[in-house]
Ligand binder design. Sequence first.
Ligand SMILES: Cc1cc2nc3c(=O)[nH]c(=O)nc-3n(C[C@H](O)[C@H](O)[C@H](O)COP(=O)(O)OP(=O)(O)OC[C@H]3O[C@@H](n4cnc5c(N)ncnc54)[C@H](O)[C@@H]3O)c2cc1C
Length: 393
Amino acid sequence: MTGTYDVIIVGAGAAGLMCAATAGYRGRRVLVLDHARKPARKILVAGGGRCNFTHLDSGPEHFLSENPRFCLSALQRYPPLAFLELVERYGIGYEEREPGRLFCRESSRPILDMLLTECRRAGVAIRAGTAVRGIHPREAGFAVATATETLHAESLVVATGGLAMPKAGASGFGYAVARQFGLGVRPTRPALVPLTLPPPLSDALGALAGISVPVRIRCGDAAFEEDLLLTHGSLSGPAALQASSYWDGAAPVSVDWLPGVAVRDELAELRARHPKAGLQRYLAGYLPRRLARELCRLDGWRGPLQGYSNTDLDATAARLQDWRLTPAGTAGYARAEVTAGGVDTGALSSKTMAAREVPGLFFVGEVVDVTGHLGGHNLQWAWASGVAAGRAA
Ligand SMILES: Cc1cc2nc3c(=O)[nH]c(=O)nc-3n(C[C@H](O)[C@H](O)[C@H](O)COP(=O)(O)OP(=O)(O)OC[C@H]3O[C@@H](n4cnc5c(N)ncnc54)[C@H](O)[C@@H]3O)c2cc1C
């Protein structure tokens, strides 16, 4: 192996491997470097070990970014069905769990094996356990310094991901490279992350840890109907994770405990038919008994419904369907699935992921300011942006 390549890719994650195979099939001599001992650990843990590898309806409405339409070109040029075709070609078993969300049937491993096989067939060299110390521009291309040698390439692709899950190799390296070459970096924050609760709510709901209920959660202009999981000290599960991506660190989050239910009408009917029934009994028809009891305790809802005026019923129904709480914070990068923010899309070509002002420099995957909703969108972005750069680098 010589020290000169056409393309060096830093980061052997989902985006880096996809980019590598694409460039390799074009006949480019490609080297992938990763400081972790093994490539793409996040693929293995994704989707609880069954990798939610794409979402059939992936489009701009499922992404946060300073420019949400930036992702469109790459997603159109490499849509979810293109990745699915690859998965099917490799005979990997998959299932659609909820509309559009595709998971591996057995485990994530075959997805990683497929990418590594693609890289091998495309003649890509992968070096794990190799930290990149620095990048230096050259007249034509880049010098990439590792601990032991300096490598050279015409094109450099930064695929180092974000800051989420540091134990899987996450680092701020990509942002540092962007700044080094004069590209903007949008402020980063943990996203798809549990929301921590302030006391005494943390104790009250923490006592119900393990309970999961379907809710409608709102944060700013975003709303999601997903399951909310109560844990010790935090709100988790898909509902809280989705909301967390939109949380500004200060505003309340709103939970509708009974989504789609005409609560006001049902309470009035129950009061008329069973005046001695309490709110807890009503709630227990929809929610786990312990949660129903705790919600009544927290809000001081006691006594039979016959003691509730119409105004009380209005207020109670409104509260149940717009139960506001202000999180204490998030569980941080260690528990986050992704990083929001990142390399400014304004500095990149949406078609090729190339830095507009730095010939030969590309950014792909999570390091870019493109953050998907839960459901396979983040991996689809990794595949699509990786392919976009792989066709051009
Ligand atoms: C627990 C968990 C579950 C998830 N589940 C899903 C899911 O089911 N579906 C979905 O769509 N998304 C999921 N995601 C998000 C998804 O995994 C990421 O968005 C995606 O992996 C990002 O791909 P990437 O290639 O950009 O970055 P990464 O996969 O993070 O890869 C970056 C690589 O760069 C390497 N690297 C970093 N710094 C350096 C350096 N200085 N030198 C050399 N190498 C470096 C890292 O070791 C790593 O291998 C999940 C994330 C987590 C944490």
